[in-house]
Design a protein around this ligand. Structure first.
Ligand code: SAM
Length: 280
């Protein structure tokens, strides 16, 4: 049988992938979870019909979440990941020798269990059960409201701004992130497509820029995500990534390197204009 799965990016645009096999399909208290074996992307995690990660290109997203932020901080030791239930960001963060402790707060325990079973390449750090990694099942928004001066780097590896992820894109949340960071701390969040989420990007940029002394956006090119071009927003209390001294990474990466770090903050005019435009 010829099986296809479509993620609708707008009412008029969808990306369809040919499916070889559905490996898991179930419903948690938060969302529909599926793991499929696809022709173009290999194994994929799908939440509520939205493609989250794939074996084909996950290295781009996870390296750009972890290595851009950790390379910007002068000495990252205490890291918090919000979301990130597939474990890919934790895997990359733990490769940094300076990191002493990583906390990961994922709202949906079923995502963690399913990824450990069906996506071991991505969830390797969760399976390895490192003493440096503590996985908590809970709401990142609630956790954030109670933390103060604790973290060097906070990585918000969230799903789309609907359902449990909605509150992760609000000014109240960014205020809590600011308070939870140490004096030279910084945070990064995946902030969707500059083509298809313009209102969201404009709004969250104004919030982050208002709260943090340094606000920067950077881009990476990820075939699985709408339009291919994906944005990440960084708020930093002290270090500006445009002026950071880069430490060479003592491990191999597939996407990230010094030239990528130096160039990923360069924004096309239409993205720059999005950030400077006033909200309605
Ligand atoms: N790479 C992915 C992307 O951009 O599509 C994101 C991957 S990761 C699977 C996103 C995770 O965020 C999901 O597992 C979801 O359960 C989790 N999440 C959503 N809202 C959350 C919240 N309020 N607190 C903690 N985790 C949350």
């Amino acid at each position: 049988m010829d099986l296809w799965m479509t993620e609708w990016q707008t009412q008029h645009l969808g990306m369809s992938v040919r499916i070889k096999e559905t490996l898991f399909s179930g419903r948690s208290s938060f969302q529909e979870i599926a793991v499929v074996e696809s022709e173009p992307f290999g194994r994929m995690l799908v939440l509520d019909g939205v493609f989250q990660t794939s074996l084909f290109d996950e290295f781009i997203y996870h390296e750009m979440m972890a290595h851009v932020s950790l390379s910007t901080h002068p000495n990252p030791k205490r890291i918090l990941i919000i979301g990130g239930g597939d474990g890919g960001t934790a895997r990359e963060v733990l490769r940094h020798p300076s990191v002493e402790k990583v906390e990961m707060i994922e709202i949906d325990g079923m995502v963690v269990d399913v990824c450990k079973e069906f996506l071991p390449e991505i969830s390797a750090a969760l399976i390895a059960d490192s003493a440096r990694l503590e996985v908590k099942i809970g709401d990142g928004i609630q956790h954030m409201s109670q933390a103060e001066n604790e973290y060097d780097v906070i990585i918000v590896d969230c799903s789309d701004p609907i359902g449990p992820g909605e509150g992760l894109f609000t000014k109240a949340f960014y205020r809590d992130v600011y308070r939870a960071l140490k004096a030279d701390g910084l945070f990064v969040q995946q902030t969707e497509s500059p083509f298809y989420h313009q209102e969201l990007i404009r709004r969250l940029w104004l919030d982050v820029d208002d709260l943090f002394p340094v606000a920067r956006m950077y881009l990476a090119y990820i075939p699985l995500y709408p339009g291919g071009m994906h944005s990440f927003t960084m708020g930093s209390k002290k270090t500006d990534p445009l002026e950071a001294d880069l430490r060479p990474l003592p491990f191999r990466t597939k996407y990230f390197n010094e030239s990528i770090y130096r160039s990923c903050f360069a924004l096309p005019n239409f993205v720059q204009e999005l950030l400077t435009a006033k909200t309605k």
